[in-house]
Design a protein around this ligand. Structure first.
Ligand code: ADP
Ligand code: MG
Length: 317
């Protein structure tokens, strides 16, 4: 019987991670030696598609890690890269991979400081470990939400899910070519919200980046903090392309269950509303209040109905 990713981490690995900086393996990143550290792998056929451009595969591998640092209020500094290249994939493509990586290391001001390169009979796999510096005295944890706080999210939710659907076969909802290109780009090339990391360090109580679906990831903040999150589904920010998708028959609430958003979900005291709105304006980033923190457990909509969709990796046979 396959095992659930989160159950395996909690049951088998968390007991081995006793140091305070490991945060019980219930956070996006660890604190060690004054730095914030995170590692995330992407696998062909799981996190990207075999025929995605190799330049964007490199960008996604880097950006999913930078997203975790942004969500912890850190500045990205350096990365280690492990490249596991399939025996069946043309080696000439590695040049494109390096080009995509170079462009993003430059754009984000991050240094490549090492890694490992090996080949495999399996799918293309890229693992990156990223190191960052805290931008404030606090590093917001998933466990820091308190009843009475607001719930916020950066950017827009659901585009990547629509993009993956468009790439994966006949889509259930037909989009214009322009909208389709926009959502596919969101799936292939996430936008780590590093420009907002200082605001997260200054204002967020709890924070995490949304990678497995907003509703499910909100559940991780709720569980780690011992609170209930109430989300106003109608307030969830979506792009113009996603509005067209909804108008053509897509279900708005489904966007809260799609993966690969890489936006920051955070809670903050109600007294910080003006400061958060100002920080969004200053960094030219949409920031939306989508709900509130209450006593209790789980994630619900305004009617009290549970919101639980999302992606969980199943391990083994
Ligand atoms: P994120 O989606 O933010 O990268 P994950 O859900 O992948 O976070 O991981 C949650 C927590 O579990 C993190 O603290 C991560 O470091 C830890 N973790 C995941 N897999 C392992 C593992 N194999 N060994 C040790 N810690 C792990
Ligand atoms: Mg994360």
């Amino acid at each position: 019987m396959p095992a659930d990713e989160f159950d395996i981490i909690a049951r088998l690995f968390a007991p081995l991670a006793a140091s305070e900086g490991a945060r019980g393996l219930r956070d996006d990143a660890a604190l060690y030696a004054g730095k914030i550290m995170t590692t995330d792998a992407i696998v062909e056929g799981v996190h990207f598609l075999s025929d995605d451009p190799i330049e964007t595969v490199a960008q996604k591998a880097l950006r999913v890690n930078l997203s975790d640092l942004a969500a912890k209020g850190a500045r990205a500094e350096a990365v280690l890269l492990t490249l596991i290249w399939p025996q069946s994939r043309a080696s000439a493509e590695i040049e494109g991979f390096a080009r995509g990586l170079a462009a993003d290391l430059g754009a984000f001001g991050v240094a490549l400081i090492g890694g490992d390169t090996t080949s495999t009979p399996g799918p293309l796999t890229i693992s990156i470990t990223a190191f960052g510096a805290p931008l404030g005295p606090r590093t917001p944890a998933r466990a820091d939400a308190k009843p009475g706080q607001d719930l916020w999210v950066t950017g827009e939710i659901g585009d990547a899910m629509i993009g993956l659907e468009a790439l994966s076969g006949p889509p259930s909802v037909v989009l214009s070519l322009e909208d389709q290109d926009a959502v596919i780009a969101r799936y292939r090339v996430p936008q780590p919200r590093l420009a907002f990391a200082k605001a997260i360090a200054d204002y967020a109580a709890a924070a995490m980046d949304v990678s497995d679906g907003l509703a499910q990831d909100a559940g991780k903040i709720a569980a780690a903090s011992g609170v209930r999150l109430v989300i106003d589904v109608a307030a969830a920010p979506v792009s113009a392309a996603a509005e067209s998708w909804i108008a053509a028959g897509g279900e708005r609430a489904a966007l809260l269950g799609g993966g690969d958003d890489y936006e920051i979900l955070f809670t903050a005291d109600a007294g910080l509303r003006d400061a958060i709105v100002a920080a969004g304006a200053e960094t030219k980033l949409r920031v939306t209040r989508i709900g509130r923190v209450e006593a209790g457990a789980g994630v619900v909509d305004e009617t009290g109905a549970p919101l639980v969709h999302g992606y969980r990796h199943q391990l083994g046979a």
